[in-house]
Design a protein. Sequence first.
Length: 246
Amino acid sequence: MIKALIIDDEESAANVVRILVQQYIPAITELHLSIGAADGLHAIKTIKPDLVFLDIEMPLMSGFDVLEKFPSHPFEVIFITAYDHYAIKAIRYSALDYLLKPVDVSELQSAVERFTEKRRSAEDNKARYENLLQNLKKEENDYKLAVATTDGTYFYPTNEIIRCEATGNYTKIFLQGKKTVITSRTLKEYDELLAEQGFHRIHRAHLVNKKYISSITNDHNLQLTDGSEVEVSRRKWDDIKKMLLQ
């Protein structure tokens, strides 16, 4: 049983989400609607929802402003936005979910499924949302990446990540100081997130931070500054050599 709240300043947009939820998300057994941020603030306090579908772009008070009013973060959020803008990257870096308008049914279902499968503690919510709000105040290359593990969620500056390695549907992240963590996010997701931060997919199983490459060998391997050696796929060999010469 999930108690959910939709907050959007446009009534028509809010009703579209309401209809989709009612038709396709049976796990949400109680659904409320608020038009505008002020009404949404009041509803959160009185209804105490488990999940909030929160529009980002609202006049006077954005969705992020609403979020800042609840520092203990007793609920989880799926952000909704009409724009594929800078905030999307900050949201993804914090391991949070978003939907683009017009909302796609399959994406809505997937987002709610992730919520039901990984309902986190209030403490974990608080850390992820605080990381999001901090990331929004920074340049993208200073974002901290949320890494969810079985022990909880940790936050790392991307320049501390040496490389990522696929292990099935999981990813092993190698950090400075010989530290490693394993997360359930796929290597493909990290490739999409980190490509603009100097990370390169050198192999189907390897994503490497360029700043930690020390040399390239004749047998299609890269040597990294932590002493590790990783294979470059033959298909990517020429591109990687050119990239290292730039």
